[in-house]
Design a protein around this ligand. Structure first.
Ligand code: UDP
Length: 320
């Protein structure tokens, strides 16, 4: 199994935020990487530093149409999808297509190649959870016709399809449920809470707290997330596994922490809570700790300060 991740790995969504860090990690541990991305939310600049690296190739393609990869493939890691609520709410039909058609094409590629398959699923499969913290055996509480369903149900379908391939064709497949992840290469205008608050604090505009800010999230630094995905790739386990950091915080506390860490004088402004916004979210990661030997290591303050280092120059060049 160790061989899979050391060989030739296709990463769909490889120019995205998590995908590009995953490409970096794979290349640096000796794999050849084919990054397939349509650059709709991924960005060429996220992988520009890999230009000229003989073990890296960027293929610009929409995985709902085709995954044009020839030759040997040892693993397929399927991350392609809009993931920020702002992005998937703006492209609802495309999001459903990538979760269904895109996942189907990625599974076919893995099956034809005899490759290991890793699906990047999401904590959103739990919807607005009635069980806390969320454990993998919990089936979730998703509004199937609400605005967020385009993402939640696409990922739930992707999980179902992956398990059907595993059961029917014996495909060597595993599922990671990714919880909120942050770090360098978050797009400044991505719309997610960490990038919004940091950009707002660094530019001196009010922090947009949705609702009272009592809802919670548990934020995982991107390097930890990538280590979890690689541990799943190497393991041969099916999962699903929650991959996230169980350090839970309210959105309002996060806003105050961002103000403190940036030394910003921004105020806090409350906005309407988006429809179906999950009230609490925190992963139970005992399965990943036990079966994958994985645990997140980067504390929130440390991860935020690395993210500030990345965003601060972007914000000041925008203002300048
Ligand atoms: N949120 C917020 N202000 C923002 C962006 C998000 O208060 O500018 C809240 C949002 O309502 C949610 C949490 O932060 O409760 C995380 O939102 P995000 O869009 O990052 O991801 P989600 O976990 O909802 O997919």
């Amino acid at each position: 199994m160790i061989g899979a991740g050391r060989g030739r790995v296709v990463v769909t969504g490889g120019a995205g935020f998590i995908g590009s860090h995953l490409c970096d990690a794979l290349v640096s541990r000796g794999s050849s990487v084919v990054c397939v991305d349509d650059l709709s939310s991924g960005r060429r600049e996220n992988v520009a530093h890999l230009d000229g690296e003989p073990r890296f190739e960027l293929v610009v393609a929409d995985v709902t149409r085709e995954i044009p990869v020839e030759g040997r493939v040892d693993a397929v890691m399927h991350l392609a999808s809009a993931a920020s609520p702002a992005d998937y709410l703006a492209r609802p039909i495309e999001t459903l297509a990538v979760g269904s058609e895109g996942t189907s094409k990625a599974l076919h590629l893995a099956a034809e190649s005899g490759a290991r398959f890793v699906l990047a699923s999401t904590s959103e499969v739990y919807g607005d959870p009635a069980v806390h913290p969320q454990i993998e055996t919990y089936w979730g509480n998703v509004n199937p016709i609400g605005p967020r369903s385009v993402y939640d149900e696409a990922k739930r379908f992707a999980e179902a399809l992956t398990m059907a391939w595993r059961r029917t064709h014996g495909l060597d497949a595993g599922i990671a449920r990714i919880f909120n992840t942050y770090g360098p290469r978050l797009r400044p205008g991505d719309g997610r809470v960490v990038s919004n608050f940091l950009v707002q604090a660094l530019s001196g505009t009010p922090l947009s707290v949705y609702g009272q800010g009592r809802q919670t999230r548990s934020l995982c630094y991107v390097d930890d997330q990538v280590a979890g995905l690689l541990a799943l790739l190497d393991s041969g386990h099916a999962g699903p596994f929650n991959i996230g950091n169980p350090e839970e915080t309210t959105v309002l506390d996060l806003a105050h922490l961002v103000l403190e860490m940036t030394g910003s004088r921004s105020t806090i402004e409350h906005h309407d809570l988006p429809e179906d916004d999950p009230g609490r979210r925190c992963p139970d990661i005992s399965a990943a700790r036990r079966d994958l030997g994985w645990t997140p290591r980067v504390p929130l303050v440390e991860g935020l300060s690395r993210t500030i280092e990345y965003l601060a120059p972007l914000v000041s060049s925008e203002r300048g």
